[in-house]
Design a protein around this ligand. Structure first.
Ligand code: SAM
Length: 407
């Protein structure tokens, strides 16, 4: 029997998530009726959803959907919600001794808040089980056996079992050094997939900070599951539904897809010795230190390090100059990035940049013979930003990448 699954992700990368999930398994992955950051599809079994949560790298959370419907935005919406939650047969997921807790996310304007959603939903679960099975289900607010997830966006409401847990999947578990402006691992992975980067191609991040993009690229090249370093934190492990499954063994089996011997030519540099030392520590923790070269260097020196044509991909997250630093210096860093890309990339080279100032790059690109291929509007934390994919204007590329796509 097919099961509906919802994945939540960073706003703007739904198309990339759908492509990644398509490759990992399951069917029909697509943006949920136009909603930002939601991708929907079907899986043949709950265990497949557990595997997708463990292996995927562009998602925040996976939920097995038990009910979906419309609720009003007014106070009466809480009554709609109560009925929707109560319509679910919870006994398949909650045995009499199981503890549970409801967590809610709300997007849009409503006359109620997330704690109201959690309170009303929790009561509906308890009432339904009391009526059906005659016992009062126990609530536990920390480390429950089952996390019930309620996602509300506008009038759409989705109710299900959270397979991931309190910590969303962008927390990979390898970051020991925290850069003050670190990029989300999920966005970094999306940039790698967007560029269709291949592990034999040289990939350079000349403003690498703590190295997130390169570490994600290395883990992708080695097919290391996204959840590899956070094995104990998955909510699916404590679901009574899987009581007969030995996840210690199963996760090790899923790990056999990894190809640790793969070496990819990855190079990261940054002005700051502190950030480069941090990047090195993160790479060691992520078990990819042997395939990434780090250097303290001004990005302006990149052409002295690499000859024209020796780099296929340049990916970066230059300083934003929004909350810290100066906008003038951030603008100069953007210009520098394009200039050095021009100097080191081959004819087939690609640039992928995440920036809240896409216009700085788009305006300059034609002067350096780069053309915009794709632009994704995303949220970097709560800051609107864009991920741009650029190629040399005269590049011979496949038909799917000759026109600008705005996602
Ligand atoms: C937004 S941060 C990158 C964060 C990184 N993606 C991460 O996840 O940790 C931008 C970085 O650019 C570096 N930077 C700024 N100007 C530079 C330049 N001219 N050459 C090299 N690095 C530079 C800064 O030191 C900073 O670490």
């Amino acid at each position: 029997m097919p099961y509906t699954a919802l994945f939540t992700t960073a706003r703007g990368i739904e198309e990339i998530v759908a492509r990644e999930l398509q490759k990992l398994g399951g069917e029909g992955w697509e943006r949920w009726s136009g909603l930002s950051g939601w991708v929907k599809g079907t899986v043949d079994s709950p265990l497949t959803l557990a595997r997708l949560c463990y292996c995927a790298r562009t998602v925040h959370r996976g939920v097995l959907v038990l009910a979906e419907g419309q609720i009003r935005r007014t106070q009466e919406g809480l009554e709609d919600l109560y009925e929707l939650v109560k319509s679910v047969d919870w006994t398949e997921w909650l045995t009499p001794t199981t503890t549970f807790c409801v967590r809610a996310n709300r997007h849009g304007r409503h006359q109620f808040q997330s704690p109201d959603i959690e309170r009303v939903s929790g009561q509906a679960v308890i009432d339904r089980i009391m009526e059906q099975a005659g016992h009062r289900q126990k609530v536990r607010l920390t480390n429950p056996d089952v996390l019930v997830r309620v996602e509300v966006a506008g009038e759409t409401c989705v109710i299900g079992i959270d397979f991931v847990g309190e910590e969303a999947l962008h927390r990979r578990g390898y970051r020991v050094y925290d850069h003050p402006a670190a990029l989300s691992t999920v966005l970094a992975a999306a940039m790698v997939l967007m560029a269709q980067w291949q592990p034999e191609e040289r990939l350079v991040d000349p403003m690498c900070g703590s190295g997130t993009i390169l570490i994600e690229a290395a883990l992708f090249a080695r097919k290391v599951p996204g959840g590899f370093f956070r094995k104990d934190q998955f909510a699916f492990r404590s679901l009574p539904y899987f009581s007969g499954v030995n996840f210690d063994d199963l996760l090790l089996e899923w790990d056999t897809q990894a190809e640790w011997q793969v070496r990819a030519p990855l190079f990261g540099s940054d002005l700051s010795p502190k950030h480069i030392a941090g990047a090195q520590q993160n790479a060691e923790r992520a078990l990819v230190a042997d395939t990434i070269e780090w250097q303290v260097m001004d990005a302006a020196e990149l052409p002295q390090r690499f000859s024209r044509g020796s780099v296929q991909c340049l990916m970066s997250n230059p300083p934003f100059g929004v909350r810290s630093g100066s906008p003038a210096r951030a603008r100069e860093a953007h210009r520098l990035l394009l200039q050095v890309a021009h100097d080191v990339l081959g004819d087939d080279g690609r640039i992928v940049v995440i920036t809240p100032h896409p216009e700085w790059l788009e305006d300059l690109a034609p002067y350096l013979d780069f053309a915009l291929v794709q632009r994704y509007e995303v949220l970097h934390g709560d800051l609107p930003a864009a991920i741009l994919l650029l190629r040399r204007a005269n590049a011979q590329v496949g038909t799917d990448q000759t026109e600008v796509h705005h996602s």
